[in-house]
Design a protein around this ligand. Structure first.
Ligand code: NDP
Length: 444
C-alpha cells in the first residue's frame, strides 16, 4: 500500500463519522503522491501524519437566552489546525449542519489556501450549530456574546484570528468584536477580520471573495483565449460570495442569469438585477424567491441542483459543500460550460471533478479560487498593525495581484509534476510545499 494510502487509512480510523473531513484529506493526499516520490525528506519527518492532525481542537457549550426568556444551548467549535507559517486564520460558520467534521474539513483546506495567498497565515476554522435564520437582532447579539465569552480565551491577534463564513457577516463580527473588547479591556483590532469600516475594517473585504474568484477565473480562461465579456454565468448561493462574484462578473460584461439560496433558484434570462438581490438578502434578510415578485419576467424554481441544468459558459458554485455532483457536472458539460470556479469550499464532489477533467473544462478548486477573502483579511490585519487604511483601489489592486499569482503558482506546480492544466493537483502541491518546508525547518 502506498504511503499516502496508509496515512489516509489512519485518518479514517481516527476520525470516524466525519465524511467531509475524509473527502478533503483524500483530495489533497491523492495530489501529493508525486511530491513524496521526489522529496523523501517529507516522509522521514512525518510531515503528512502531522499535517492531517489538528494542533488543537476546542469544543464548548454556548448557552444563551432567547426572546421568550428560555435558555438555549448550542455547541461551539474552534479547530486550530496548523500554525507553521503564521497565526491560525479562518472563518466562523453558524449553520445547523455544523459539526466537528465539517469544521475540520474547512480548517484543513484553509492550511493550503492560506499558504497559496503568499501571506503569513496558518490554518484554522470555527463555528457553531446555531441557526441565525429567523432570529431577532437581540438573539443574535446574545448568542455572539456567549460564543465569544469562551472563544476569547483561545484567540488573539498573534495567536488565532477568526473571520466570517456562512451565517457570519458584518453584524455578527460587530457583536463578536464588541464582546472581545469588553472581556480583554483593550482595542485589539487584529483579533478578528471582516470588521466594519468605522473600527478597523478594510475596504474591499466585503467584496473580496467574490471579486477574487472572478479575478482568478479571468486569468484562468484568458490562457484559453476566453473572457467574461459576453459570457453567460450561473452562480449558486446569494450570500456574500455569490453576490460579489456576480457584481464583478457583470462589471466585466457577463450576463449572470441565475442565483439561489437553500430554498431554490431564480432564473432571469435578461440578467439578474443585483440591487434587488442585495435589498432582499442583505437588507431584508428574506428568501431569494422574493425576486420574482419584483421582476415577474424571472422564474423561481424550488430546487437547488436544477440550477446546473441552465445553459452557461461559466459556472461559479458559491453556496456550500457538495452542491454540484457528477450528474450536475455532466449537464453543465452537455450545455457547453467551459469553466467552473469554486466560490464555496468543496462545492463540487469528486465525481464532478472527474467529469470536468475528462472533458477539459477549466476547473478551479476553492482553496485557490476563493482565497481572495482570506487574503484580504490578511491585508486587513496588516492595516491594523500599521494603524492606517488603504484606499479601495489600493486593496483591490493587491487582491487582483494575489489572485493572478495564485493561478500562475498552481498552474506551474501542476506542470512541474506532470499534471499540466490540473489546478486541483497544482493548488494542493503549491499550498503544501511551503507549509511542509516550514514544518521541516521548525522541527517536530
Ligand atoms: P453566506 O451565509 O453569506 O451565504 C451562503 C449562501 O449559500 C446563502 O445563499 C445560503 O442560502 C446558501 N446555502 C448555505 N447553506 C446551504 C445549503 N446547505 N444548501 C443550499 N444553499 C445553502 O455565506 P458565504 O457567501 O460567506 O459563504 C458561501 C460559501 O463560500 C461557503 O462554502 C463558505 O465556506 C465559502 N467561502 C466564504 C468566504 C467568505 O469570505 N465569506 C471565503 C471563502 C470561502 P440560505 O440563505 O437559504 O441559507
Amino acid at each position: 500500500m502506498s504511503y499516502t494510502k496508509q496515512v489516509m487509512e489512519q485518518v479514517i480510523k481516527r476520525n470516524s463519522g466525519e465524511p467531509e473531513f475524509h473527502q478533503a484529506v483524500l483530495e489533497v493526499l491523492d495530489s501529493l503522491e508525486p511530491v513524496f516520490e521526489k522529496n523523501p525528506q517529507y516522509v522521514n519527518a512525518g510531515i503528512l501524519e502531522r499535517i492531517v492532525e489538528p494542533e488543537r481542537q476546542i469544543i464548548f457549550r454556548v448557552p444563551w437566552v432567547d426572546d421568550q426568556g428560555k435558555v438555549q444551548v448550542n455547541r461551539g467549535f474552534r479547530v486550530q489546525f496548523n500554525s507553521a507559517i503564521g497565526p491560525y486564520k479562518g472563518g466562523l460558520r453558524f449553520h445547523p449542519s455544523v459539526n466537528v467534521g465539517i469544521i475540520k474539513f474547512l480548517g484543513f483546506e484553509q492550511i493550503f489556501k492560506n499558504s497559496l495567498t503568499g501571506l503569513p497565515i496558518g490554518g484554522g476554522k470555527g463555528g457553531s450549530d446555531f441557526d441565525p435564520k429567523g432570529k431577532s437582532d437581540g438573539e443574535i447579539m446574545r448568542f455572539c456574546q456567549s460564543f465569544m465569552t469562551e472563544l476569547s480565551k483561545h484567540i488573539g491577534a498573534d495567536t488565532d484570528v477568526p473571520a466570517g463564513d456562512i451565517g457570519v457577516g458584518g453584524r455578527e463580527i460587530g457583536y463578536l468584536f464588541g464582546q472581545y473588547k469588553k472581556l480583554r479591556n483593550m482595542f485589539e483590532a487584529g483579533v478578528i477580520t471582516g470588521k466594519g469600516l468605522t473600527y478597523g475594517g478594510s475596504l474591499v473585504r466585503t467584496q473580496a471573495t467574490g471579486y477574487g474568484l472572478v479575478y482568478f477565473m479571468e486569468e484562468a480562461i484568458k490562457a484559453k483565449g476566453k473572457s467574461f465579456d459576453g459570457a453567460t454565468v450561473v452562480i449558486s448561493g446569494s450570500g456574500n460570495v455569490a453576490i460579489y462574484a456576480a457584481e464583478k462578473a457583470q462589471q466585466l460584461g457577463s450576463t449572470v442569469v441565475a442565483l439561489s439560496d437553500s430554498s431554490g433558484y431564480i432564473y432571469d434570462k435578461n440578467g439578474i438585477n443585483l440591487d434587488t438581490v442585495k435589498q432582499i438578502k442583505e437588507v431584508e434578510r428574506k428568501r431569494i424567491s422574493e425576486y420574482v415578485k419584483i421582476h415577474p419576467s424571472a422564474e423561481f424554481f424550488n430546487s437547488c441542483d436544477g440550477i446546473w441544468s441552465i445553459p452557461c459558459d461559466i459556472a461559479l458554485p458559491s453556496a456550500t459543500q457538495n452542491e454540484l455532483d457528477g450528474e450536475a457536472a455532466k449537464k453543465l458539460v452537455a450545455n457547453g460550460c467551459y469553466a467552473v470556479g469554486e466560490g464555496a469550499n468543496m462545492p463540487a464532489t469528486p465525481d464532478a471533478h472527474k467529469v470536468f477533467l475528462e472533458n477539459n473544462v477549466i476547473f478551479a478548486p476553492g482553496k485557490a479560487a476563493n482565497a481572495g477573502g482570506v487574503a484580504t483579511s490578511a491585508l486587513e490585519m496588516s492595516q491594523n498593525s500599521m494603524r492606517l487604511s488603504w484606499t479601495f483601489d489600493e486593496v483591490d489592486a493587491r487582491l487582483k495581484d494575489i489572485m493572478i499569482n495564485i493561478y500562475h503558482n498552481a498552474s506551474a506546480a501542476a506542470k512541474e509534476y506532470g499534471f499540466e492544466g490540473n489546478l486541483i493537483v497544482g493548488s494542493n502541491i503549491a499550498g503544501f510545499i511551503k507549509v511542509a518546508d516550514t514544518m521541516l525547518a521548525h522541527g517536530i
